[in-house]
Design a protein. Structure first.
Length: 285
């Protein structure tokens, strides 16, 4: 437990420092960090889960994911008169993936092939969406009616509320009051009471953040969407656990002592971030 707490605090300090640099110096600090995390998450899926041991495949998958996240964040790379979009980068990656798969065909099963061709794209889009939310105040201040950095921090905190806030509430309520197992075969410690407690915790935090950041004009839709977004986060957590269980893994990696890998900490966030970004972009939240 001590190792878990120390690692958690260290991770929070690193993220806070990078966010401060992103808002005060340049948003690229946040973009680069999330690109690195996305590439590590891709490695965890391709190498640790799918057991693809080819260095070339792992490296190219990681490079594609990092480049795609940065490309997504910058809305494309401008090279002369040409705009290289995430779509173009993805097409190039798929071509490389096909050739590498053919070369290593004797070493890959269906799971390995699918992880190479699909998972990097999913990680790129999920972490790219997270980057957009994290940099919302810094990147969109001139585009959407003078949005301030404080508003960007609000959206980031709200997303963490739907994931980490809900998860924390679920843990403590589950430990003290949990009796009915939620999905015992996937995650034996999760309970129905914990899930309800986690959602209620997020509802309370949604109220607190809305008033603290003066975002009460969208309070009702925020409270309404808190419930389904928390459920999406729980499903993401359980889905990630299902993948691990299917290959006999306890954790996706060991980068964060006491916590596991990047995907062990970001599983629910990655499910929530694309949906939350859509709701923000549409002006719903």
């Amino acid at each position: 437990m001590k190792t878990r707490i120390i690692s958690g605090l260290t991770l929070i300090c690193i993220m806070a420092a990078v966010l401060a640099l992103g808002y005060l110096v340049n948003p690229l600090f946040i973009t680069v960090l999330l690109a690195i995390l996305a590439s590590i998450a891709t490695y965890e899926l391709v190498h640790n889960v799918a057991k693809v041991n080819s260095k070339a495949i792992n490296i190219i998958a990681m490079i594609y994911t990092a480049v795609a996240v940065i490309n997504f964040a910058l809305d494309g790379f401008q090279i002369g008169e040409f705009l290289i979009t995430t779509y173009h980068v993805t097409v190039l990656y798929v071509i490389f993936a096909v050739f590498l798969t053919l070369k290593k065909h004797g070493q890959l099963d269906l799971g390995g092939i699918l992880s190479i061709c699909v998972m990097p794209f999913i990680m790129a889009y999920a972490f790219g969406s997270l980057e957009k939310i994290a940099n919302f105040g810094a990147e969109y201040a001139l585009e959407i009616g003078g949005i301030s950095a404080a508003t960007g921090i609000y959206y980031l905190l709200m997303m963490l509320n739907f994931s980490a806030g809900c998860d924390t509430g679920a843990y403590f309520v589950g430990v003290t009051m949990g009796k009915h197992k939620l999905c015992p075969e996937i995650s034996p410690k999760k309970t129905v009471e914990g899930a309800i407690g986690g959602i209620l915790t997020s509802v309370v935090l949604s109220l607190v953040f809305s008033f603290a950041f003066s975002m009460t004009e969208k309070l009702i839709p925020t409270l309404i969407f808190t419930v389904p977004l928390c459920i999406v986060g729980m499903c993401g957590d359980l889905f990630a656990s299902t993948i691990k269980r299917s290959v006999g893994l306890k954790d996706y990696g060991n980068l964060i002592p006491g916590h596991g890998g990047i995907l062990d900490r970001f599983d629910s966030i990655l499910m929530i971030s694309p949906i939350y970004l859509i709701l923000i972009s549409l002006g719903v939240l």
